[in-house]
Design a protein around this ligand. Structure first.
Ligand SMILES: [Zn+2]
Length: 162
């Protein structure tokens, strides 16, 4: 698991690259992230997700797709969690990208499958980090401008209450 200040810095960075109204909503922050990455980001309900999987990030060749399960009530939380995987570079690790480059085009469907990230309740370190990112992001989004603590204090508070 990444230390909490790294997650807090990643949230800070997303709020820094967001402009104007983007700062007011989760979809706005997602748009800022897409612009920063130079790749479109599509967020949609995924009726085809495997059972127990609440969210999924699929890294397509030319865009990113975040899906949430139709039964999920906390959609914002799921979306914020998936954005955490993207921001924290959890997929697109060099080994996978090199494998994709090395594969012939007819195998890219299989490679895309490998690049899907299914989020269920498995508590892997990356899942814990994405969850921490999502919680921090939503808290800051809902806290608004009057919340004016330093990131260091904020992350310590998160440890205390999170
Ligand atoms: Zn996840």
């Amino acid at each position: 698991m990444t230390d909490s200040s790294t997650v807090a810095r990643a949230v800070d960075r997303l709020f820094r690259i967001a402009e104007g109204d983007e700062l007011r909503s989760l979809s706005g922050l997602a748009e800022a992230l897409a612009r920063d990455r130079g790749r479109p980001l599509v967020i949609c309900e995924g009726p085809d997700l495997p059972a127990r999987v609440f969210g999924q990030w699929v890294r397509h060749a030319d865009h990113d797709e975040v899906k949430y399960a139709s039964w999920v009530h906390a959609r914002e939380r799921t979306i914020a969690h998936e954005l955490g995987h993207i921001v924290l570079n959890h997929v697109g690790r060099p080994a996978i990208e090199l494998a994709l480059e090395a594969l012939p085009p007819e195998s890219h469907g299989l490679a895309a499958l490998m690049l899907e990230r299914d989020c269920d309740n498995v508590r892997s370190p990356e899942e814990v980090d994405a969850e921490a990112f999502g919680n921090l992001l939503l808290r800051r989004l809902k806290g608004g401008r009057h919340v004016n603590r330093s990131p260091g204090i904020r992350s310590r508070l998160d440890e205390a209450f999170g």
